[in-house]
Unconditional design. Structure first.
Length: 301
């Protein structure tokens, strides 16, 4: 099985046939049987079943207290998922190094579907939320990129990203673009930005918000608009210092890992120094799209 997000191809193999039955529908555009020609980063993922490595002798570097924990042993990372509903049993353990070229995921029997009668035994792919987001956070840190809590749209072959925290209006804004023939929404909740051959690209992801929009597409990034609900539509230009300050709360950063954190912060600094950023105060009606298109066409406030 191949899963590709933002041009990053995960080649997933397992000694059992892999099942995607538990994946949300938004993942389907990102699942393939072969490598896409658009992929430029390749990650080999091997799924193992049976005994997991013992984390007891590893150094714990982070614990959400609810679901996943991060360990280190030498130069290797170990991500462990353990929901309370699983009775204290580990569901999966992902092992990788700082380069993330090869990842091994050890799965418990909770992910094994033993066929009844003559049915075939299969393994439900663990490469879904939250594991895929966590792995991509590290891959992007190593390869040059960042995962943003943002909506994104392709308008006339140019990319526009609309970061905002929960409740800022990302899904509302995304729905306003749906009737527009010259626009395509990439995602209404999570966008990846990568720098590929010196060009910043906005990429759709499978992690949709309330509007359920997830497109496997990337487009050259033109501008960033930090969104806020308002009674009238207006735009405020931001300095790079103001933009990076607003970017930090909506960027997935492993604050517990100094090296990965520094890589993502350096990328974000490069991003705001090269891509214009604004604050977009918007009223949630069709006039907002007209206002934004007019602003983009005029190129000024």
């Amino acid at each position: 099985m191949h899963m590709e997000v933002a041009g990053i191809n995960f080649a997933v193999s397992c000694h059992y046939p892999l099942s995607v039955d538990r994946l949300q529908d938004t993942y389907h555009p990102f699942i393939n049987n072969a490598v896409s020609p658009a992929a430029d980063i390749h990650v080999n993922v091997r799924i193992e079943t049976g005994d997991m490595p013992d984390t007891g002798q590893m150094t714990k570097v982070f614990d959400t207290g609810q679901s996943w924990s991060m360990f280190r042993q030498g130069t290797d990372y170990f991500l462990s998922l353990n929901f309370p509903s699983a009775g204290g049993r580990g569901i999966w353990l992902a092992a990788f190094d700082m380069y993330c070229d090869t990842i091994t995921i050890y799965c418990s029997d909770l992910l094994i579907n033993k066929g009844e009668g003559e049915g075939q035994t299969t393994c439900f792919t663990p490469l879904t939320y939250p594991l895929d987001q966590l792995l991509l956070m590290y891959i992007l840190a190593a390869k040059g990129g960042a995962l943003l809590h943002a909506a994104g749209a392709d308008m006339n072959s140019r990319g526009y990203v609309f970061p905002g925290r929960s409740g800022a209006g990302k899904s509302t804004l995304s729905r306003l673009f749906l009737p527009i023939e010259t626009a395509q929404v990439l995602s209404d909740d999570r966008i990846i930005i990568r720098k590929i051959d010196g060009i910043f690209m906005a990429c759709g992801t499978p992690w949709a918000g309330d509007a359920g929009i997830a497109e496997n597409k990337r487009v050259t990034l033109d501008r960033i608009f930090f969104i806020r609900h308002a009674g009238t539509n207006r735009v405020k230009e931001l300095t790079p210092a103001e933009a990076v300050k607003r970017l930090m709360p909506v960027t997935s950063v492993p604050w517990y890992d100094r090296q990965a954190m520094q890589s993502i912060l350096t990328f974000c600094e490069d991003l705001v120094l090269n891509i214009p950023a604004y604050e977009l105060y918007f009223r949630p009606d069709a006039e907002m799209v007209t206002f934004l298109e007019d602003f983009i066409t005029r190129g000024r406030i």
